[in-house]
Write a protein that binds this ligand. Sequence first.
Ligand code: M6R
Length: 366
Amino acid sequence: EKAGFDHFMLKEIHEQPKAYRDTMGSRISINGSRVTLNELSMTPEEIRNISRVHIVACGTAYHAGMVGKYVIEKLARIPVETDVASEYRYRSPIITKDTLVIVVSQSGETADTLAALREAKRCGARVMAITNVVGSSVAREADDIITTWAGPEIAVASTKAYTSQLIAFYLFGLHLAQTLGTQSITEIEETIAALKELPTQVEAILEQAEAIKGVAEEMAKHDNLFFIGRGLDYAVALEGSLKLKEISYIHSEAYAAGELKHGTLALIEDGVPVIALATQHELLEKTVSNIKEVKARGANVLGIAVEGEMELQKSVDSTFVIPKTLDVLSPALAVVPLQLLSYYASLARGNDVDKPRNLAKSVTVE
Ligand code: M6R
């Protein structure tokens, strides 16, 4: 059942190219010019009436939602707020009839997410679910569903479900942009073309798994480390940090790179590992200067860089290179080495990778 892999997590990491392809599937026109989300019942007029979007989820699904916010704001220019589901209901969110609430849940059974969905509906919002389980509670109760076709995810640590959620957000962002006219036809075609490249690019990353293994074994000797990044890289940093804590039990923090000097820099000392994500072209220079700040305090920096960015490679101790894509799509590539890093760090520490302590696959209590 693990198809020759030692753990479900590793199998599921390797299933990502297929999960991307299946989730895109027939939702992209054959000539690559349009996205068609036939499953949505929202009319163009209803889409034009959306004045704000709330994205609500827990854990890894919440981190996918952070990317979703960026994608929808960039492609469709609609303001988006993100909340963790256990907080959403209790802050009296402003939910109106023209609010679209998007709940994200792999299992579709997470109690807090379901409660948020119900609250949003009670307030008259339209609710769209991004879920991996057809017929789950979330899928049954939402007005619209985008199903992620990642297939069953067994390992407690979510991998292919997260990346499929990213694909769902890209498709939905493009769908909104097509309807609202916020992106030109050329821009839409370019994004679709880059989206279609992702599965092969993930395959190329997976071929370099051994390189990550060595770095992970070294990191597993430490008790504290940091992930830094800006913009979308910050969202990915949060996901990388959660994954590492969840299965390796190594303490880590994810920080918006520019925020370090407002306190956290005090924790950087000789030899502390820092994983610096620097995939966002426009933010590269700023991220490099943040890398220099931690280097000057003795940090040992692993950079996650895009092919060809030699500038970054000069300022770090080691680099993992990901293939070139559009900045907005880079989370779907940059997270993969971080998943592998957590996996191998957990393995090096002799942990139960697929069933980490204290955690359940599906959290059905609030
Ligand atoms: O099934 P869900 O997507 O609603 O689950 C949400 C979280 O419990 C889940 O993503 C959790 O954070 C993962 N174990 C992280 O790997």
